[in-house]
Design a protein around this ligand. Sequence first.
Ligand code: NAD
Length: 487
Amino acid sequence: MSTSTLTTELLDRLPGQLLIGGQWRDGSGGIFDVVDPATGQPLRSVADATAADALDALDAAAAAQSSWAATPARQRAEILRRAYELMRDRAEQLALLATLEMGKPLVESRAEVAYAAEFFRWFSEEASRIEGDFRRTPEGTHRILVMRQPVGPSLLITPWNFPLAMPTRKIAPALAAGCTTVLKPAEETPLCALAIAEILVEAGLPPGVLNVVTAADPAPVSAALMNDARLRKVSFTGSTPVGSHLLRTAADRVLRVSLELGGNAPFIVFDDADLDDAVAGAMAAKMRNIGEACTAANRFFVAEPVAEEFVRRLAQRMSELAIGPGIDPRSQVGPLINAVGRDKVAGLVDDALARGATPVLEGGPMPGAGFFFAPTVLTGISPDSRLLTEEIFGPVAPVLTFRDEDEVIAAANDTDFGLLAYVYTADLRRSLRVAERLEVGMVGLNQGVVSNAAAPFGGIKLSGLGREGGRDGIEEYLETKYVGMAE
Ligand code: NAD
């Protein structure tokens, strides 16, 4: 079957409605279009939820909460495991859907399907390992019993850049812990979220445990939910300004909050690093997801003796990448998400150039349909350039140099963000010393990709609160209850 026939069939077959209490239904706000960033043309429309629809979704989540919490962990796990298998069975369709609505090359969408599905598998395994504690008081007068219980109905808000993995990274631990959920996916990429919901329904998820509200305007939907006493938690992945706004809103009802926010990752190359590895890692850390990742290397710091060679090789590799629509199997760089995103990246490059930067590889916004931006490498960056303090979210690599370890650590930490850092060195002692001194939640040591369902993903400072994945991921959806018992 040709890609275009497959595309039409896939898009026509998707529900495109809200999922509330196990029923697919229209949104009270009508519909809105999802746009293909490779063409700028609408792909299809989906339901537009209002605050009233969102409260219906919370009614359903609240009604299902006690029975879902009482469902044996093994049963919850088996549903997640089936969802994992269905995602793997439908990998090609899901990858195509992610590419269509988000723009990334198909090969990357396939990798995202595998990563996204892994959260269902990992948390299916964690569901039955929720532990408690039992001990006697040191005085020997009482017993201490500590139990772990689901937090309760949770609002999950996800961004557009990983339209499959961001929803599964939240849904899987919430369901494993026994929480019911309302998912509010990004308005740019609701189709993948709907496909995941369809899979969970097919996997046997009871009505009301996952509800999905797609909305063109997210603010009234999230405000209505967060002001309702039945909601107990909000888990948000997205930009730092929206995250801190939601944190303030959550304060009114003292909601449990998890935040995965923006990054400004330093990519540090010491002079003893294997340069082939460092360049390969730099390509992954910069170009994965067309640079539209919170984990993207935002600032490259390269030791002076190897800087020239590193820049030469990086610029060479970036210049060889094929730019084009993600559905073309030859494409290695797809379009950016929309005109606003593309223009923001262009503005950051213009600002750096105006402050004296040298374009080693001159890319920039591309004419024609879609929101394409050619890879760019800059050196000679002035310290007051905006791209050193703001998330670039595009295929632009600013390279700076350094002389010694103290200098580079100070520069790497000189940011309000603290998601992750990449470090390339052959010296084991230095690896650990530097990892300890970097103010981040994650470190990639001689590796350009850190994401893994089994690892605790998250940041410090303005990059967020809490962790997703690993053993920590499920903790975000559990409360601790202490029962004191007299001897
Ligand atoms: P965004 O903050 O604009 O949107 C994220 C989500 O929040 C979307 O679902 C959106 O509809 C919703 N939203 C926006 N305004 C809202 C409001 N006022 N009230 C309630 N919800 C609202 O971010 P984005 O542009 O979709 O995503 C890019 C950002 O996400 C980047 O900053 C990136 O670093 C971050 N991100 C972080 C991680 C991480 O794990 N740390 C992962 C992926 C993306």
